[in-house]
Write a protein that binds this ligand. Structure first.
Ligand code: BYC
Length: 474
């Protein structure tokens, strides 16, 4: 179905036929613009950016490229087409028709999941607010803005569900989504990682590599939901999420490629020498990786969670690729291994699979992340550099779940306080690391030019040249 751009809010949900809902959203829309102006990308108001906009959800329409003045981006509401006779794939309601309305008894849990998902979207825009001022190229600036406008659209996606299906409570939650602020001690965002700073582009690429990947796994689990509108909206969000992870994966690959190039050219792996040459030494990149991986691992929640069990048995949230898993999709008698500390060491023990669903999704995420990290190692190998990146152990630097506060090295060894204190500077970014990375952040906006610390991409966006004018400043 094509989206009707003649309407104030582009949509493929036939908004025009529901005057009450349309009015509620038209009331929320100016508040969204105020929020965007207040905490969205700094200084971007007059820029014309070569952006992808969805004009329909089918293959031809979801990625239309053209220049858009940033505040005029058309944030819309798009759901994937309904699957005829869709059935619930898991939990107590397995085999029953998917729900088109919210069952009363699941209202508050469903609302809570949608609010938590919705809260991450504006949070990430707030976290990335100042990055445009220090972009390493026009190409990267454009990618940042693409990510930002799409996170804004994902907020719209959740706000639509709140307004359409949750009445007054939903409208209040939609307003609160614009009131919380990333990192604000009085009104923080809901989940930990979304209150961290994203102060430089190395952090941004790590965030889009790891934290947007949490998005991929959580959205995939929600795409299985028995509540069909949530399933359809998250399926469409997932198509957009792919580009966000691409930005992270390729951004990091380009940084690593540039450092490796200088290492070979200058025949050195000395961090100080490399820093003096204006590139980011690989151990510093590993420390950033350790930080972002561990903070993101926390986003999956506690290893054992009765919430997760309830969400699954009641059909609200499934597993990653539920449809291809070969089991009974009820898990009442199944078990799953979780980590625990016993007799001074980490071991695994079998726990009820239903309660361990957060852990299972975390493991799916780890598997996917390792594949990405291996890609950089292959590139290092090809360039003749012996350094290898490694994902830290699942127990490293955790703040959520039973491993929180217990000290482990990135290799997974249990440590006492003195051992932790002796190692932490080589495992997590130090203030000196952060200051050094910050010192590299200039602003490069001449088409085809790139900051010294990052290699150009191998190709441009939408088959455009790498030196295409991705952003026009007016
Ligand atoms: N920080 O029973 P537990 C994305 C809370 S990213 C702070 O284990 P549960 C994106 C938890 O809320 C995807 N608090 O939790 C990426 C609970 O609090 P209450 C986002 C945390 O419910 C980049 C308590 O601890 N989507 O889209 O099983 C850019 C007990 O914990 C944290 C979703 O997350 C934390 N890290 O699981 C833009 C999907 N972890 O209720 C966007 C929706 C846990 O007792 N959310 N807590 O006060 C969920 O499915 C679940 O809420 C969670 C938590 C998996 C997050």
């Amino acid at each position: 179905m094509t989206i009707d751009y003649a309407q104030k809010i582009p949509n493929n949900v036939d908004l025009g036929s529901d005057r009450t809902l349309q009015r509620a959203l038209e009331h929320w829309q100016p508040q969204f613009f105020n929020w965007w102006n207040e905490v969205g990308p700094e200084g971007s108001h007059d820029y014309e950016v070569y952006l992808r906009t969805a004009i329909s959800v089918d293959a031809d329409g979801w990625a239309q490229f053209g220049y858009v003045r940033m505040p005029e981006y058309r944030w819309g509401i798009f759901l994937n087409p309904a699957e005829p006779d869709r059935r619930i794939a898991f939990g107590n309601h397995k085999g029953q028709p998917a729900w088109q309305e919210v069952p009363g008894e699941y209202r508050s849990n469903l609302r809570r999941i949608i609010v938590t998902q919705g809260d991450t979207e504006p949070a990430s825009v707030e976290q990335q607010r100042y990055l445009g001022l220090t972009c390493p190229s026009l190409y990267d600036l454009r990618n940042l803005f693409q990510v930002n406008v799409e996170e804004g659209r994902h907020l719209w996606a959740m706000v639509y569900l709140l307004h359409r299906y949750f009445g007054r409570d939903g409208r209040e939650e939609a307003e609160a989504l614009l009131e919380r602020r990333s990192g604000d001690p009085d009104h923080p965002r809901i989940l930990g990682a979304f209150n961290e700073k994203t102060p430089d582009w190395l952090s941004f690429f790590m965030f889009t590599f790891f934290t947007d990947r949490d998005g991929k796994f959580q959205l995939s689990a929600l795409a299985e939901s028995a509540f069909d509108p949530l399933s359809r909206t998250t399926k469409f969000m997932l198509t957009e999420e792919g580009h966000h992870m691409f930005v992270g994966r390729n951004g990091l690959r380009r940084i690593i490629e540039r450092t490796a190039q200088i290492m070979i050219q200058e025949k050195t792996d000395d961090p100080q020498q490399l820093r003096a040459l204006g590139v980011i030494d690989l151990p510093t990149i590993q420390r950033y990786l350790n930080f972002h991986a561990s903070v993101t691992l926390d986003l999956f929640g506690s290893d054992l969670s009765s919430n997760a069990a309830t969400f699954y048995t009641t059909g609200l949230k499934g597993r990653f690729r539920e449809g291809v898993i070969k089991d009974d999709h009820e898990l009442t008698h199944a078990s799953y291994p979780i980590l625990e500390v016993a007799d001074g060491r980490v071991t695994t023990r079998e726990a009820p699979a239903l309660n361990a669903l957060n852990e299972r999704l975390r493991d799916d995420f780890i598997h996917d992340s390792i594949a990405g990290v291996n890609g950089w190692n292959t590139a290092l190998e090809k360039s003749g550099v012996t350094f290898r990146f490694k994902l830290p152990h699942k127990a490293f630097n955790r703040q959520i779940g039973p491993l929180a506060g217990i000290k482990f090295s990135p290799a997974g060894e249990l440590l006492n306080d003195a051992q932790w204190a002796a190692g932490v500077r080589s495992w997590l970014p130090t203030s000196e690391d952060r200051a050094f990375v910050q010192s590299l952040m200039g602003r490069v906006v001449e088409p085809g030019k790139f900051a010294n610390w990052i290699a150009p991409p191998s190709s441009g966006i939408n088959s455009q040249a790498v030196d295409f004018e991705y952003v026009r400043f007016n």
